[in-house]
Design a binder for this molecule. Structure first.
Ligand code: PLP
Length: 398
């Protein structure tokens, strides 16, 4: 695709590989490792990203929607794909037809699967241990076992749950420890089946690594054998705070180019409604990215971007297609020419400089997950790295 507007999300596959290796280092190769690639791979571009994960040796991938699973299958992804959101009767048929793996979280879904196929089906059963969102009640474990045992074709593969606040995993009295204990009890009910359990998301995984690093052998997470469902961490952000447990490298850099500069006088305002007024004569860079690209309007006058490897403030209201930066100081300090384009990074890396998507998220009262998944559809994803599986549609033409 030819890029007329040079605004794009650069996705660094070497960083993805680094993050995966960081996780793998701490676990045996046998452990169930299912990176979550729902929501357009957290904004990193569904199929090309999934194909890169597959190339890096991943055997399982997790999505939310059946639609997401189909998209990956139709793009040639061969891994086992777990569909977490649940399904209706038609969904059950589609899941099985396309060799997707159902995560079952209700009695109805068991019946839909029963009707959908006479063949053997592997089941992953989701239990609600405190999230109060999806999943069977733990009190129903025995009844479910009875139902499963009544059908020869059903084979339970795993028992899973989702953590309320994996960040507290390091705390012996935290909810994570409570929830994993509850799940272990449910697993005992299914002990005659060859099952494993999975509960750990990024925060849970990092908590476990931290507990093991500190050799807290009396901590329940130290010994916990659980499958892994990392999301945010494979994209390079650490929900427990940078440096806790392990090092990660952010995968996405959101980039643009400023080609238009305005020299304005003290007292003039910038953008809609004039919410920013220049205190002195200023140089304003116009950057072709806006809230329609996922750069939240709440960041107006509240955030920074990288320009010539320095942090500069976003000034005035963020527009649908543009935002403006006050680059006065940097232009003077570095004696930059305004007759040429200058690269802008909204978050991620620019040379030696780095601006965290986590910090940007905080500036609009959001979280890193939302910041990444918000990056809009019209922003091309460009994959870089040593050995990259490029998407055909967004083959970079920079
Ligand atoms: C999204 C998701 C994850 C990953 O969560 P992170 O906090 O991004 O690591 C794990 N499990 C389930 C069921 C999810 O939906």
């Amino acid at each position: 695709m030819q890029m007329f507007r040079r605004t794009y999300a650069e996705v660094n596959i070497d960083h993805l590989e680094f993050n995966l290796q960081q996780i793998r280092q701490h676990y045996s190769t046998e452990v169930f490792l299912c990176p979550m690639v729902k929501a357009n791979a957290y904004g990193h571009g569904d199929a090309p990203f999934a194909l890169n994960l597959e190339r890096l040796g991943v055997k399982y991938l997790g999505v939310c929607l059946i639609e997401e699973g189909l998209l990956l299958r139709n793009s040639g992804v061969r891994c086992e794909i777990l569909v977490f959101r649940g399904f209706d009767a038609a969904g059950a048929k589609t899941i099985l037809q396309h060799k997707l793996t159902p995560v079952v979280s209700s009695w109805e879904q068991l019946d839909y699967l029963d009707v959908a196929s006479e063949k053997a089906i592997s089941l992953h059963l989701k239990f609600d241990t405190g999230m109060n969102r999806l999943g069977f009640s733990s009190h129903d474990a025995e009844k479910i076992l009875e139902k499963i045992n009544s059908k020869k074709k059903w084979q339970v593969k795993s028992i899973l749950t989702h953590l309320v606040q994996g960040e507290d995993g390091v705390d012996v009295n935290g909810r994570t420890v409570q929830q994993t204990r509850e799940l272990q009890k449910i697993c005992q009910v299914f002990s005659k089946h060859k099952i494993f359990m999975h509960a750990l998301n990024s925060a849970g995984i990092i908590s476990q690594i931290e507990v093991r690093k500190k050799k807290q052998t009396d901590h329940p997470l130290y010994h916990l054998q659980s499958g892994l469902r990392p999301g945010l961490m494979i994209y390079g952000y650490n929900p427990l705070g940078a440096g806790v447990g392990l090092e990660l490298k952010p995968v996405m850099s959101l980039k643009s180019q400023a080609s238009v500069f305005r020299q304005i006088k003290a007292g003039e305002t910038v953008s809609y409604n004039g919410t920013w007024k220049a205190k002195k004569d200023s140089i304003i860079a116009v950057v072709p990215i806006g809230y329609a690209d996922g750069y939240h309007r709440l960041l107006s006058n509240q955030n920074q971007a990288l320009f010539a490897e320095e942090k500069v403030p976003v000034v005035g209201n963020v527009c649908m297609d543009y935002l403006m930066l006050d680059v006065t100081e940097v232009v003077k300090k570095k004696k930059l020419s305004l007759d040429q384009e200058h690269s802008v990074v909204l978050f991620g890396f620019q040379g030696e400089a780095f601006l965290s998507a986590e910090e940007v998220a905080k500036n609009c009262k959001s979280i890193t997950w939302e910041m990444l998944t918000s990056v809009g559809e019209r922003v091309p994803r460009v994959y870089v790295g040593k050995s990259v599986e490029q998407s055909k549609e967004v083959g970079a033409d920079l």
